[in-house]
Design a binder for this molecule. Structure first.
Ligand code: CA
Ligand code: CA
Length: 290
């Protein structure tokens, strides 16, 4: 099944009608626009020309049959395919250099195989999904904001081979995604990676009777708790506490011991510090879960 990028939302919202439906276990391809709704095509397309009412389009939402409130939605990222060209932008007021930036600049990157030609350099392709989430139970959340439902997490670990667990807060889950990056560094300091259109092939599965602190990522080697907050400290505390809680639920460790393990062998990392909420993640090798 394929969900066309003609069907996009700018908010994650329980009232949005599903544009497609699938069964648990199905494989679905989401075609995705870049975060500028494919409007930045050359170095002369500047931020000031972008229609900010159409920023961060997320393709969907997809209704997953059998997904009920309180379930988990497991999304396996099977493959990410990119177009051959992406864009990165800067403008006064954007990102962590905001007050220093004096002019708008757009730079185009050419993707060829495993590398990107940009800024007179070759940098490796590190494909990832920036925006992915389910519909929250309450008020609509703009696709530019990350929170517990997912959204604009901008986490470099949401890439091929990862499984992302999201909460099901409304019937059918209403999954949507977009904002692919050909490459982005942890932090996303300018507020953009190499923004690019493409498609994401995922397998979706409804998980019943299991509790996880979401958003939660499992890779072949690691587990990760993601959390967003109004600043890095709040996001970090939430990510750490979620992982400690997970360890207490799944191992024999006490809170103190779980904290010690994380303090010695876990990695607290930044996802992004440029969106309306900041997002951090706590990572731990799976071998410590035994
Ligand atoms: Ca983003
Ligand atoms: Ca982006």
């Amino acid at each position: 099944m394929r969900v066309s990028k003609q069907h996009v939302v700018y908010q994650m919202h329980r009232d949005h009608p599903a544009v497609a439906s699938c069964r648990s276990g199905d494989t679905v391809i989401f075609e995705t626009c870049d975060c500028f709704h494919d409007s930045v095509r050359s170095s002369t397309d500047l931020v000031s020309g972008v229609d900010f009412s159409r920023i961060n389009p997320a393709t969907g939402p997809l209704f997953v049959e059998g997904a009920e409130v309180g379930d988990l939605l497991k999304v396996d990222i099977l493959s990410i395919r990119l177009e051959s060209q992406g864009a990165i932008v800067s403008a006064p007021g954007l990102g962590r250099l905001a007050d220093l930036i004096g002019k708008e600049l757009t730079v185009i990157g050419e993707v060829s195989g495993d590398s990107i030609r940009i800024l007179g350099r070759e940098i490796p392709v590190r494909k990832m999904v920036g925006v992915i989430g389910t519909a929250p139970a309450g008020e609509a959340v703009p696709t530019g904001s990350p929170h517990d439902h997912g959204g604009n997490l901008d986490c470099t670990e949401i890439r091929e081979g990862a499984s992302l667990y999201l909460p099901v807060e409304v019937e059918g889950a209403l999954l949507a995604m977009g904002d692919l990056h050909a490459s982005m560094g942890d932090g996303e300091i300018m507020g953009a990676g190499l923004e690019i259109a493409g498609e994401v092939e995922v397998r979706v599965e409804v998980i019943k009777n299991r509790k996880l602190p979401t958003p939660f990522i499992e890779t072949p080697d690691r587990v990760m708790t993601l959390a967003s907050g109004k600043n890095m400290e709040e996001a970090a505390d939430r990510a750490v506490r979620n992982m400690a809680e997970y360890l207490m639920q799944t191992t024999e460790l006490s809170l103190e011991e779980a904290g010690m393990l994380l303090s010695m062998a876990g990695d607290l990392r930044v996802c992004q510090i440029v969106n309306p909420n900041m997002t951090m993640r706590m990572e731990l090798d799976k071998r410590y879960l035994a």
